[in-house]
Design a protein around this ligand. Structure first.
Ligand SMILES: NC(=O)c1ccc[n+]([C@@H]2O[C@H](COP(=O)([O-])OP(=O)(O)OC[C@H]3O[C@@H](n4cnc5c(N)ncnc54)[C@H](O)[C@@H]3O)[C@@H](O)[C@H]2O)c1
Length: 284
C-alpha cells in the first residue's frame, strides 16, 4: 500500500484533497495545482466554493488570476465530503480558535475528521496542518481513522505538518518556506515527506506528530513572548527618553543570540496571542 501511494505522488497521478480553503488551504491548493497535481478542495462554506468556481479570490493577497489558472489546471471545490475517496491525500487546514474560557476549541478539526471518516478508503493519507496542542493527532485523529478498521501505517497514513504561512509577506512563498512533518509511524512519515517534498523545497522530518505539533507552538510562543517583551521595552525606553528603534538596530548588529522584534500595535498575526493557550492547556 505504501509503495502504491508513493508511486502516485511521484508520477503526479495522486489527487490532493485540501479541506478548509482559507488563508492556509488556498495557497497550498495553488502550489499543488501549479506543480501539476489535480486538487479537490473541500469547504463547508458554499459561498467560497462558488467564488472559486467563478475564478474569484476572497483573500486579498491571492489573485483571481491564480485561482483561474488553478481552475484551468483542473482544480475543483466542493462541499460534498462523499467525494473524499477521489483524493489520495486529505490535508486539513481548518481553524483552531479558543473557546470563551481560553481553552483549545478543536470543534472544527473534530467536525472535519468526523465528516471525512465515513468516506475514508485504504491508502488515504491524512495530514493535519491546523495549529494545535501536542497529542491532538495521536489522541483525536488516529482513533477516529482506526475506527473504520484501518491500521494507520499500513492501510492508511497520518501525519501532522504545521503551516507556516505568512500572509502577504513577499519574501517567502509556500514553496520556499521549509515544512516540518511528523508521522504516526515511519511509513506515515515517509509518505508525508514525499507528498510535501513534491511541492516544497525543503521538508524537515521530525520523529513524531507530537514533536511536529510542539514545533509550531514553540515558534509561535517565541514570537508572542518577544513581541510582548519589545512592547514593554518600548514603554520603559520612552520613559527614559531613549529611542527603542535605535536600540533595536544596535542590538541587531550582534551576530548571534539576538533576534530583532519591533514594537507596535500588531500582534504578529491573529494566531500568535491564541497559540500559547494551546500549550498551557496541555501542560496543566
Ligand atoms: N492564517 C495564517 O496565517 C496561519 C498561519 C499558520 C497556521 N495557521 C493555522 O492554520 C489553521 C487554518 O487557519 P486559516 O487562517 O487558514 O483559517 P481560515 O478561517 O482562513 O480558513 C479555514 C477554512 O476552513 C473552513 N472550514 C471550517 N470548518 C470546516 C469543516 N468542518 N470542513 C471543511 N472546511 C471547514 C472554513 O469555511 C474556512 O474556509 C489554523 O489552525 C491556524 O491557526 C494559520
Amino acid at each position: 500500500m505504501k509503495n502504491a501511494v508513493l508511486n502516485r505522488i511521484a508520477d503526479k497521478s495522486a489527487v490532493i484533497g485540501i479541506v478548509g480553503l482559507g488563508y492556509v488551504g488556498l495557497p497550498l491548493m495553488l502550489r499543488f495545482a501549479e506543480v501539476g497535481y489535480k486538487v479537490l478542495g473541500f469547504d463547508i462554506d458554499q459561498s467560497k466554493v462558488d467564488a472559486l468556481h467563478a475564478g474569484k479570490s476572497y483573500i486579498e493577497h491571492i489573485s483571481a488570476d491564480s485561482i483561474a489558472s488553478a481552475r484551468a489546471a483542473g482544480f475543483e471545490a466542493t462541499t460534498d465530503f462523499s467525494r473524499a475517496p477521489e483524493a489520495d491525500a486529505l490535508i486539513l487546514c481548518v481553524p483552531t480558535p479558543l473557546n470563551k474560557y481560553r481553552e483549545p476549541d478543536l470543534s472544527f478539526v473534530l467536525n472535519t475528521i468526523d465528516s471525512l471518516v465515513p468516506h475514508l478508503r485504504a491508502g488515504h493519507l491524512v495530514s493535519l496542518e491546523s495549529t494545535t496542542h501536542p497529542g491532538t493527532t495521536d489522541e483525536e485523529l488516529l482513533p477516529r481513522i482506526e475506527s473504520r478498521g484501518f491500521k494507520v501505517g499500513q492501510d492508511a497514513f497520518l501525519v501532522f505538518s504545521p503551516e507556516r504561512e505568512d500572509p502577504g509577506n513577499p519574501n517567502f512563498t509556500t514553496r520556499t518556506i521549509p515544512k516540518v512533518c511528523g508521522g504516526v509511524t515511519e511509513a506515515c512519515q515517509e509518505i508525508g515527506v514525499a507528498l510535501y517534498g513534491a511541492v516544497i523545497d525543503k521538508v524537515v522530518p521530525v520523529s513524531s506528530t507530537r514533536a511536529a505539533e510542539m514545533t509550531k507552538l514553540l515558534e509561535n510562543i517565541h514570537r508572542a513572548v518577544n513581541i510582548g517583551l519589545v512592547n514593554e521595552m518600548k514603554i520603559v525606553a520612552d520613559k527614559m527618553g531613549i529611542d527603542i528603534h535605535e536600540v533595536i538596530r544596535a542590538a541587531a548588529t550582534k551576530p548571534f543570540g539576538f533576534v530583532p522584534y519591533y514594537p507596535g500595535p500588531g500582534r504578529g498575526g491573529h494566531c500568535i496571542p491564541i497559540d500559547p493557550f494551546y500549550l498551557t492547556w496541555e501542560a496543566l
